[in-house]
Design a protein around this ligand. Structure first.
Ligand code: CP
Length: 353
């Protein structure tokens, strides 16, 4: 395993790394997880180092896995609420004595710590698709230390890494794994596309047979779809899109049904930024809910996946979420959550050393 070439790099998107580099990160994560299970924490790896975590949105898993990961590696994770500092803002979006230009914030934090992690999507950038990713890119441009994407409006690269590690653990690899990323109903429209986009990018990059299922009007970004087609060709897997919910389950080894916003929700030129209309469109598809009957149509050893939090009773029934063991298909949701810790420790070890 070649682990050189990572130090000092940003992790804004999975596409920033080659498939081989992603495989290396997964191998390091597996090794750290194995050792964690034996009580070996490697608190010398990032001793005295600081990760600044800037959350424009709420979080349970991301905040706690980064924070616990830094503690286990001997460093410290520092939580920053953008409303309690001078909110980092791009040029042209500044408000006197309320915001601070991103270029200044990035350079100040670079003088004090060892990496900057940022979560920003949706409301803080008024659903301008690509707006929060631009914010992260501006941080990366001015920062002398790695910038990590804890979810923006395009990518959730650490969730995706945890997801594919879960698939690897379950099936021993990626070739021949039929993986379905599906839309599911939620009463909330406030859900970015980052999770499904990262999931299909990694799944195609690693050679799985990928199905993307969603109703009309919930298309993912065209450049992401094109990249998935290229990855599938290069890796020898496959990629197809269907508008039929049930089709995505039939015979699948891994199904990942979760809600995301309709195209309509985003600002022009992507959509028309209409929340009421978006809600009406969402409500047409209440039947896109994962039930045990649907799971029974998957492969016998299938796993149900979700990044969490899930909207119980809407996206999925309780009996599916809670079937974490026993015969037949099972829910792998807590494995995915746990794997956030291990993949992030792997990335931080490689990038922040
Ligand atoms: N899956 C995920 O990113 O969870 P949080 O929103 O709780 O961080």
């Amino acid at each position: 395993m070649k682990t050189t070439g990572f130090a000092g790099r940003d992790f804004l998107a999975e596409t920033d790394f080659t498939p081989q580099e992603i495989k290396t990160i997964l191998e390091v994560a597996e090794e750290l997880k194995r050792q964690h299970g034996m009580g070996i924490y490697h608190d010398d790896l990032l001793r005295s180092k600081t990760l600044f975590m800037l959350f424009y949105n709420q979080s349970l898993r991301t905040r706690n896995s980064f924070e616990a990961g830094m503690t286990q590696l001997g460093g410290h994770a520092h939580y920053l609420d953008p409303t309690k500092i001078y909110t980092p803002a791009l040029e042209g979006k500044e408000v006197a004595y309320s915001t601070e230009r991103v270029s200044d914030v990035a350079r100040v934090l670079s003088r004090m710590g060892d990496a900057i992690a940022i979560r920003c999507y949706g409301d803080p950038v008024e659903w301008e698709y690509g707006g929060s990713h631009a914010l992260l890119e501006e941080f990366a441009k001015w920062s002398d230390i790695p910038v990590l994407n804890m979810e923006d409006d395009i990518y959730h690269p650490f969730q995706g890494l945890a997801d594919v590690l879960t698939v690897k653990e379950e099936f021993g690899g990626f070739k021949g794994v039929d993986f379905t990323m599906s839309w599911a109903y939620s009463p909330s429209v406030h859900k970015p596309r980052a999770v499904p986009q990262s999931a299909i990018l990694y799944a195609t990059m690693l050679g799985m047979n990928v199905t993307l299922a969603h109703p009309k009007g919930f298309d993912l970004a065209p450049d992401i779809i094109k990249q998935c087609e290229t990855y599938a060709d290069d890796a020898g897997g496959s990629f197809k899109i269907t508008n039929d919910f049930a089709e995505g389950f039939k015979g699948a080894h891994a199904v990942y049904p979760k809600a995301w916003a309709p195209v309509n929700l985003f600002q022009p030129p992507v959509g028309d930024y209409d929340f009421e209309k978006s809600q009406e469109i969402m409500d047409l598809y209440k039947s896109w809910k994962t039930t045990s009957e649907l799971m029974d149509t998957c492969d016998k050893k299938a796993i149900y996946m979700h990044c969490l939090p899930a909207d119980r009773g809407y996206e999925v029934n309780n009996d599916v979420m809670d079937k974490t063991e026993g015969l037949g298909w099972r829910s792998a949701i807590f494995d995915e959550a746990e794997n956030r810790l291990h993949v992030q420790k792997a990335v931080m070890s490689l990038l922040m050393k």
